[in-house]
Design a protein around this ligand. Structure first.
Ligand SMILES: Cc1cc2nc3c(=O)[nH]c(=O)nc-3n(C[C@H](O)[C@H](O)[C@H](O)COP(=O)(O)O)c2cc1C
Length: 321
């Protein structure tokens, strides 16, 4: 039953406040476009009103341009998708010269997703971005091999993750620093605490899950890069638990993502402690998904008699049985 009209008498859906604060940043909606699934934003400007997005996170940027992995780079799987893009990007300097001036014309909070293969790479990308205008923050992608530790991913190694966060924190003088966790960690609470202690302003939970799709007839991988990252609805239940564990462990905000397609998905992440969410794979089938979700979330909150999304945050009843 939708008792909204009675319980919210005098109020309308437009009164539902979806704005959220993440540290010093304020977002008009908690739904952001996720890194790597929304290009540099500009590619979507003819399809989506960028000014209506909660925010967007650019494709990962590195010190130098990267051509990426051989085709095929995407492969559908049951309830999900595998990708092996190989972190293709134009490099931070070309982003600043060729993409950022156009992006600045939109009224949308833009975070840059930053990655590297050693700590110095991360620091250099941030150093270049520090001299620019038109960005609200940085998101570190730590699901990358650390060449100085034999290829062990920063994100799987609490010491490596803490070190790169510390260095990035020192470099990021002007703007907030979010760290995007790898889902492949033994204890996400410990990792979250370590990164909070190093000065992360927020944690994004989480990246894709290493996975494979093969064809027994050709005996080959369905991806040019052999392995890839699993995303989409298949990962939501796994990541939802990670968001819960991480948000219990830290005081800084957690941004949840993984398999969000519906308003219920958004609200499930908020219930488990996320302050905001990001939408990735769903943008491939519907580039305007964020706009649709915003309206649906507003509706869902209104019919639940909630006039502020923050009222739901972290309100999961951990009752056994
Ligand atoms: C094609 C593709 C490219 C991605 N590139 C990046 C990237 O450059 N940096 C990053 O941190 N995450 C990247 N991701 C991970 C997404 O931002 C997101 O964490 C993941 O896909 C889970 O969310 P989803 O299920 O809504 O897609 C990429 C994902 C996809 C599907």
């Amino acid at each position: 039953m939708t008792s909204s009209s009675a319980a919210n008498s005098g109020r309308s859906r437009a009164d539902v406040d979806l704005s959220v604060a993440i540290g010093a940043l304020r977002f008009r909606s908690p739904i952001l476009a996720a890194s790597g699934t929304f290009g540099y934003g500009l590619e979507f400007a003819h399809l989506v009103d960028l000014n209506r997005l909660g925010g967007l996170v650019t494709k990962g940027l590195s010190r130098e341009p990267i051509e990426g992995a051989p085709a095929p780079r995407l492969c559908e799987t049951p309830s999900g998708m595998l990708n092996a893009v190989g972190l293709q990007n134009v490099g931070v300097r070309a982003f600043v010269e060729q993409k950022l001036p156009a992006l600045r014309k939109f009224d949308v909070p833009v975070l840059v997703n930053v990655f590297g293969y050693c700590q110095e790479d991360y620091v250099e990308v941030i150093r270049v971005l520090e001299d620019t205008e038109g960005l609200v923050g940085y998101e570190l992608n730590i699901s990358c091999p650390n060449v100085k530790k034999g290829g062990l991913q920063f994100g799987n190694d609490p010491i490596g993750a803490a070190e790169v966060t510390r260095m990035a924190r020192k470099a990021a003088v002007k703007r907030p620093l979010w760290v995007k966790l790898s889902p492949l960690i033994a204890d996400i609470g410990l990792m979250a605490k370590a990164l909070e202690a190093e000065g992360a302003d927020a944690l994004t939970v989480a990246n894709t899950y290493p996975a494979m799709a093969v064809d027994h007839r050709t005996r080959r991988s369905r991806l040019g890069n052999l392995t890839g990252g699993l995303s989409g609805p298949a990962i939501k239940p796994i990541t939802l638990r990670l968001v819960w564990e991480a948000s219990k462990a830290v005081k800084i905000p957690v941004v949840g993502l993984g398999g969000i397609e519906t308003a219920s998905d958004v609200l499930d992440y908020i219930l488990m402690g996320a302050t905001a969410v990001q939408v990735g794979t769903a943008s491939f089938t519907d580039p305007r998904v964020s706009e649709r979700l915003e309206a649906e979330v507003r509706d869902a909150l209104f019919v639940s008699n909630l006039l502020n999304i923050s009222e739901l945050r972290g309100k999961f009843h951990a009752v056994i049985g």
